[in-house]
Ligand binder design. Structure first.
Ligand code: CMC
Length: 391
């Protein structure tokens, strides 16, 4: 073979051309289809952003209405799926449950697997946008021992998700607009982030022409890890741990800098952002606002702010250009909204879904070749088989 360029972690290798998300890590710029993330977070609904990412333009009212009507028509999940959910122990991690259920959807929606035309693709996408929030809500309700619910189709997409998650059986659940607006913003901020680990996974699995649901299920597994989406859960667990240990942030700063200690400051650092993460900036401000409006006092927010301040003044973090990332403050908001810690990464997946779909669709429409990296072999040269008695 020819000369192979080695780039572990793909730090400098582009895997595709994409017209979806623009990211400039030096200047902290993030845009979806040319629109600044700050503007979208303040003005758009999550469903509008989903349309924008997937189809390339902000929808007209008519286009948005049609999208949501199509989604509502597909929002039932096969009753048999409840049995699969039932089979999991209550203690199962919601991310494992979510990826399994997403995979299981294939069995009940076989028409969504072979998607060769744009119309087939559209139908598969609608099914997923419709059923995924139901699965998300079910993972939470399963964990909390609540009966499953399909929500209320008279509500907006995000409001309905909240109701599906939180409505207690005999309760007249009213969606709190502060909560809905905070969740809407968080979902938008997570909606795409170009070729990150889970999105690359979705594209590479999809490149073998495995269907959309299988590709997304793989993406969920990739997102689960603490170096990626799982960081939001890890951040709160870290902050809680620091609080219980007396709130000594200096001690943990020292641990994070010690190369013999595996401890890392979760929610800090990013492969691409080397100045600041624009999402973190918005989320930090939003955390203050949301906690204020909801009247929630969370001592963990003070620990987070203390850690951030210390890190930003510390040469270890400054030299390595380590700044708070999207996950540093998001968990504090999720918590204030009443979402349990083990569900944080599931909420990230819910937000990232439109991005994964958009990237998968772009990859298929461009008829990209199967993803198949090369390697540099470092093992043994040819040797003769050794009989068992000689080993
Ligand atoms: N705490 C302490 N040291 C760190 C941290 C951290 N959080 N992050 C990076 N470093 C150090 C690292 O040890 C290395 O030091 P040295 O050059 O002395 O060996 C240097 O900074 C560069 O780090 P790296 O691991 O080579 O950078 P990477 O681009 O491979 O990793 C990262 C990026 C996000 C995986 C990493 O910064 C990290 O593990 N952060 C904590 C987990 C986290 O918050 N992840 C969420 C990422 S944002 C949400 C998302 O998109 O998933």
């Amino acid at each position: 073979g020819g000369l192979i360029t080695l780039d572990p972690g793909y730090k400098n290798t582009g895997s595709c051309e994409s017209a979806i998300t623009f990211l400039n890590g030096e200047e902290g710029i993030l845009r979806y289809r040319g629109y600044a993330i700050e503007e979208l977070a303040d003005n758009a609904s999550f469903l509008e952003v989903a349309y924008l990412l997937i189809f390339g333009e902000l929808p007209t009212q008519q286009q948005l209405d049609k999208l949501y009507a199509d989604i509502k028509r597909e929002s039932n999940v096969d009753e048999e799926m409840k049995k699969i959910l039932d089979g999991f122990p209550k203690s199962a991690h919601p991310m494992g449950v979510l990826s399994s259920l997403t995979s299981a959807l294939i069995a009940f929606n076989p028409s969504a697997v072979n998607v060769d035309s744009e119309e087939d693709m559209y139908n598969a996408i609608i099914k997923l946008l419709a059923k995924f929030p139901v699965l998300v809500a079910w993972t939470l309700r399963k964990r909390q021992g609540q009966p499953l619910d399909y929500g209320d189709s008279s509500l907006g997409y995000v409001e309905n998700i909240l109701k599906m998650m939180f409505k207690k059986p005999s309760e007249n659940y009213e969606v709190d607009p502060v909560v809905a607006s905070a969740l809407n913003k968080l979902l938008i901020l997570h909606a795409d982030h170009e070729q990150n680990c889970s999105t690359s996974t979705v594209r590479i699995v999809g490149s073998s022409h495995a269907g959309l649901f299988a590709s997304i299920s793989a993406g969920i597994s990739a997102l689960w890890g603490p170096l990626h989406g799982g960081a939001n859960q890890a951040v709160i667990e870290m902050l809680e741990g620091i609080k219980q240990d007396g709130g000594d942030t200096k001690k943990y700063m020292k641990k994070a800098k010690d190369k013999n200690d595996p401890f890392r400051l979760m929610g800090f650092g990013h492969r691409v952002y080397k100045n600041f993460d624009p999402r973190a900036k918005i989320i930090k401000k939003s955390a203050d606002e949301v906690l204020g409006k909801l009247g929630v006092q969370d001592p963990v927010l003070d620990i987070a702010k203390g850690l951030e301040k210390e890190a930003l003044e510390d040469s270890y973090f400054v030299d390595r250009k380590l700044y708070p990332n999207v996950d540093f403050y998001s968990g504090i908001i999720y918590r204030a909204l009443g979402i349990p810690t083990e569900m944080f990464t599931v909420m990230f997946a819910l937000g990232r879904l439109p991005g994964w779909i958009a990237q998968w669709r772009e990859m298929r429409l461009k008829k990209e070749p199967i993803g198949r990296p090369r390697q540099v072999y470092t093992g043994e040269n040819l040797r003769s088989f050794k009989p068992m008695s000689n080993r």
